[in-house]
Design a protein around this ligand. Structure first.
Ligand code: AHG
Ligand code: MN
Ligand code: MN
Length: 330
């Protein structure tokens, strides 16, 4: 069967007026970097990319070698493009300014170069998450304030999963679409024209080791799931936790269910990062017909106050997300 390439898909979106030719090029460059990251991931220890980099990132987390290598590949693929005004990464404290030698462009790029770092060394799916915003006009060196736009302003968002297959889910605001890397061709091809989350499902994803710290609405929701058929929900639930957001959200998009990393007594602001984890994933999930909240607010409505701020995340099938939200209002 012949599959449309990512470039062909984006060319159609240009004709339809959904993206500019420049945004098409930017997405292609990011996808190209992800193909390169995926090739390294597939080589594993043979490419000497496993293990620690011996440095700490801005969140005080030990960086893995692959965190650093992926960050560099994404920068190299985009900085000279003339498409970017600046970029922000989980691995860099401040916005990265485009070197003077390169022309600047209209977009701001944000990314988590390597999501699921704890899974790198144990051969479990990991990924990359990215988000594109428009740079406010007239800024030659976009500072932090230029990036602090709510998720509803995203022009495009996507994530890649480096698993048995390398997959990408993308939105430019006209639904969510799925691609698979054709390893022989070396580029992504369209394999799911319309990603659509099943509405009612019975699978939840949460790190249960945090249970003692959960807030009452989350505890109530999970307790009722665990109670199964004879409990308040009247049906049995299943549980999954990969500990790579990309893989957990991918499964949730395909099979339905709910993914939660809520704020709790220990992680008072939540664990996941708003700008380059929660926002792009929420944009995609909404475009696939699902919902995303921090319990009280739609994630895409949150006005960010910091580049690396954290947020509680509850996303997936609409009915389940609404169920948890209702417990937060009770
Ligand atoms: P990162 O590797 O970019 O720091 O993100 C890891 C995140 C996310 O992918 C995942 O859902 C979560 O951390 C897993 O956390 P636990 O180790 O607490 O389960
Ligand atoms: Mn991450
Ligand atoms: Mn990361």
């Amino acid at each position: 069967m012949h599959h449309k390439s990512l470039s062909q898909y984006l060319a159609e979106q240009v004709l339809a007026g959904a993206v500019t030719p420049e945004l098409k090029q930017l997405i292609e460059r990011v996808a190209g970097a992800c193909v390169a990251i995926g090739a390294l991931v597939a080589k594993g220890a043979v490419a000497d990319i496993l293990g620690s980099a011996g440095t700490e990132n801005v969140q005080g987390e030990m960086q893995k070698l692959l965190d650093v290598v992926s960050n560099n590949l994404l920068i190299e693929a985009t900085e000279s493009s003339g498409l970017l005004a600046a970029l922000v990464s989980e691995e860099m404290e401040e916005p990265y300014q485009i070197p003077e030698a390169h022309p600047k462009g209209p977009y701001l790029l944000l990314f988590d170069p390597l999501d699921g770092s704890s899974n790198i060394d144990v051969n479990i799916s990991i990924g990359t998450i990215f988000s594109v915003l428009e740079c406010p006009k007239g800024l030659s060196k976009p500072d932090t304030a230029a990036f602090l736009q709510p998720g509803s302003k995203q022009l495009a968002a996507g994530f890649v999963v480096y698993g048995p297959s390398t997959l990408m889910v993308l939105t430019v605001g006209r639904g969510a679409v799925g691609f698979t890397l054709d390893r022989d061709a070396g580029f992504f091809v369209l394999t799911q024209e319309k990603v659509s989350i099943p509405v009612d499902t019975s699978e939840f994803a949460i790190n249960a080791s945090n249970m003692r710290n959960w807030e009452p609405p989350v505890r109530r929701y999970i307790d009722e799931c665990l109670a199964g058929k004879t409990g308040a929900r009247g049906r049995d639930f299943n549980m999954r936790w990969v500990a790579s957001m990309v893989a957990d959200v991918y499964r949730t998009l395909w099979r339905g269910g709910i993914f939660m990393y809520p704020k709790d007594a220990k992680n008072k602001e939540g664990r996941l990062r708003l700008m380059y984890e929660a926002n792009p994933m929420s944009f995609i999930v909404e475009q696939a017909g699902g919902a995303a909240t921090d319990g009280c607010r739609r994630i895409l409505d949150i006005q960010p106050t910091g580049l690396h701020q954290r947020v509680g995340v509850i996303l997936g099938s609409k009915n389940e997300v609404e169920h948890v939200s209702a417990y937060h209002k009770a």
